[in-house]
Design a binder for this molecule. Structure first.
Ligand code: KG4
Ligand code: ZN
Length: 346
């Protein structure tokens, strides 16, 4: 089965063709038009700019991906319908509806979060076994999810305020580092001392699987304010100094400690057969390595799965994989009725 995936929920316009062959997923085409440069001067995504850029980018991307004009060879179209920014989502959704209508091909509505979870199936090696426990960490979500099978989810815990990616982005802004914050904070963290500042590990003692990151972000802000060097956060040459690097390393360590310990507690409680890590923040090297090593050491019988690095942040290959799982169940949607849903739940 060959599926065209379409993604436009936030600041990446993306198209992909994924083929399922002998049980494995082969990415035939994968193109992404990133809007990072457009949003970076605002320190975050501006919905109206995102929507206009999706419109500008999506047809050139169709051409770049070499999508046949008549849809030849494509068995279904999968599109992100939510959650996300509604003006952005609508660009992908309306294109998907038009193509499904013209080509007379089935249309699959995909939840963006289900797409992130499905990105793990793009990795080499054994597929995850069910029941699986997934730590989903992105710019808008921080959730521990139990997966009994594809399409069946139970929310074990979630953030009560900021998502972890959002916390990275806000801390970066505070420190004068470029958007998006995750890559820039983790880059500076490599040169810093993770024990330099004792930032809090929020919610570690709560008896549930929820998270909270807004207090940690505030702790970074307060630390900066109270420090004598606040005015010298970014050195005169524009390069962050040791002060910033130590804050980044200490903040990142606090985040990773919380994510890993909460996931371990959820493993203890739900005894899954496998553990998944997905979402944009799963690009974080410290998180990938620490969670993998900790799970392997504490639970050698539980397999651990992460997406390949290039499919951690938003892309359409993951949407196509999720689309294949739904298409196999004939879970199609009517192109005349499909509407984007900014608050779509899993
Ligand atoms: O999944 P994603 O591409 O978009 C959403 O669905 O939100 O995730 C984007 C988030 C951003 O907040 C970005 O700062 C974060 O993922 N991120 C990272 C890293 N790379 C991206 N956070 C920490 N470390 C990274 N290396
Ligand atoms: Zn995402």
């Amino acid at each position: 089965m060959r599926v065209l995936g379409i993604e436009s929920s936030c600041d990446e316009t993306a198209l992909a063709i994924v083929e399922k062959n002998n049980g494995r997923f082969l990415v035939v085409k994968n193109v992404v038009a990133s809007q990072i440069a457009l949003h970076s001067k605002y320190g975050g995504v501006v919905p109206e700019i995102a929507a206009r850029s999706h419109v500008d980018a999506i047809f050139p991307l169709l051409k770049e991906a070499g999508i046949p004009h008549d849809g030849y060879g494509i068995d279904a179209i999968a599109v992100t319908v939510g959650p996300g920014l509604v003006p952005a989502l609508r660009v992908g959704v309306e294109l998907a509806k038009a193509l499904a209508w013209c080509w007379e091909k089935p249309l699959v509505a995909v939840n963006h979060l289900e797409g992130h979870l499905s990105s793990v199936w793009l990795a080499e090696g054994e597929f995850p076994k069910f029941p699986a426990l997934a730590l989903l960490v992105s710019g808008g979500h921080t959730e521990l999810i139990l997966m009994c099978e594809h399409g069946t989810y139970e929310l074990a815990g979630m953030t009560r305020d900021d998502a972890v990616g959002e916390a990275f982005d806000k801390v970066a802004k505070l420190l004068g580092l470029p958007y998006p914050g995750g890559p820039s904070v983790s880059h500076e963290a490599e040169k810093g001392n993770p024990e330099a500042v004792a930032f809090p590990r929020p919610m570690l003692k709560s008896r549930d699987f929820d998270f909270s990151f807004s207090g940690l972000k505030t702790a970074v802000a307060v630390y900066c304010r109270e420090s004598a060097r606040t005015t010298n956060i970014v050195q005169s040459g524009g390069h962050p100094g040791t002060f910033v690097q130590d804050i980044c390393a200490s903040f990142q360590q606090a985040v990773v400690d919380v994510l890993v310990l909460k996931t371990l507690a959820a493993i203890e409680r739900f005894a899954p057969a496998s553990v998944l890590l997905a979402g944009g923040v799963s690009a974080n090297t410290l998180l990938r390595c620490t969670l993998q090593n900790t799970v392997a050491k504490a639970y050698p019988d539980i397999s651990f799965h992460i997406p390949p690095l290039e499919y951690t942040t938003d892309n359409a290959a993951m949407i196509a994989v999720a689309g294949i799982f739904r298409a196999e169940k004939k879970d199609f949607t009517d192109p005349l009725r499909l509407v984007a849903d900014p608050n779509l739940a899993l």
